[in-house]
Unconditional design. Structure first.
Length: 288
């Protein structure tokens, strides 16, 4: 079985197949697993699904169980607080679970690498796929030159710009939201201001999503996603203002450089001026 793409979907699929003794080959374009700020929370059905693979158990040792989560209105404050403990009769995992997507990917990769009939090849971008009556093949640009793999089946798990989907001439319906937003992580503790570890703040202009995610040490980081103006505005200043609004002004007076922050581009300290600006100015997020 050839799987194109070592994102969470490709790796989960590979592990599920390999654990049933099916040989798998995962071809990944990048030289290593992605480490960008993407998904950071898992819902009970996902934890239920990953449990038989032995993955949920490892996840639970690394992330945060978030039983309470909130909806807030920017003007009115707290609207509702949900208690997922109430669905304990329906799932073994009655909580949201906060763990960054790249940490899940490493758990999956570690388990795959322990299986002799599973291979993950990085720096192997698939450029073309083809099939005949007996086999399917993937042509890659490997570091040592072009290489072609054959298998009985091939599965495209190569993300939103999927080469496999295009080769199959399959539509990808949906649209791209015109909004742009920044995702940053800060060490400032928002729980002291009454925020649940997962909080959504509603506002037509200045909405925000807050998530506490694990990081080195016990304190963790607070991840905040919030909209930013179009690139023509001055990004660092508008981000600072937007970030203060995102947490209800609780951080007013704090010096941004005192906050350890992390932006989508991997900046690890100081205010995420150029890092986050680069992310918000260059990327529209496709959603379907
Ligand atoms: C900022 C942000 C926040 C998000 N937050 C959430 C969230 O809170 N909850 C949630 O459920 N989802 C969230 N998502 C969405 C989530 O990240 C995606 O749904 C998820 O990454 C999809 O996984 P995937 O494995 O299908 O694709 P990807 O993660 O995109 O992985 C595809 C892989 O295929 C590789 N690839 C691509 N082309 C080729 C090729 N030709 N040959 C070989 N390899 C190739 C890529 O390098 C990549 O490693 C978020 C996304 C973003 C951008």
């Amino acid at each position: 079985m050839i799987i194109v793409g070592a994102g969470p979907v490709g790796l989960t699929l590979a592990l599920a197949l390999a654990q049933q003794d099916i040989p798998v080959l995962v071809l990944e374009a990048e030289p290593a697993l992605a480490h960008d700020l993407r998904a950071g929370s898992f819902h009970p059905p996902t934890l239920d699904m990953l449990a038989p693979l032995g993955v949920t158990e490892e996840m639970l040792a690394r992330g945060y169980k978030v039983r309470r989560w909130q909806f807030r209105d920017r003007q009115q404050g707290l609207i509702v607080e949900w208690d997922l403990g109430l669905i304990a009769d329906a799932t073994a995992f009655p909580f949201r679970f906060h763990l960054e997507q790249h940490r899940l990917a490493h758990i999956l990769l570690g388990k795959l690498q322990a299986l002799p009939h599973a291979q993950v090849r990085f720096s192997h971008p698939v450029r073309a796929v083809s099939q005949d009556a007996d086999a399917v093949s993937a042509s890659c640009e490997a570091p040592g030159g072009a290489v072609r793999f054959e298998g009985r089946w091939l599965i495209g798990a190569d993300g939103s710009h999927s080469v496999v989907r295009k080769a199959l001439d399959t539509d990808f319906e949906g649209f791209t939201w015109p909004e742009r937003y920044v995702v940053i992580s800060i060490a400032y503790d928002l729980e002291q201001h009454g925020f649940a570890l997962n909080t959504y703040i509603a506002d037509p202009e200045e909405w925000a999503g807050l998530f506490k995610v694990p990081h080195d040490g016990a304190a963790g980081l607070w991840r905040i996603g919030f909209p930013v103006p179009k690139p023509k505005a001055t990004p660092p200043r508008c981000q600072r203002r937007a970030c203060r609004r995102a947490c209800g002004g609780c951080c007013r007076g704090a010096t941004p450089t005192k906050w350890p922050t992390r932006a989508s581009t991997g900046c690890t300290s100081g205010w995420p001026a150029s890092g986050a600006a680069g992310a918000c100015c260059s990327r529209e997020t496709p959603r379907t």
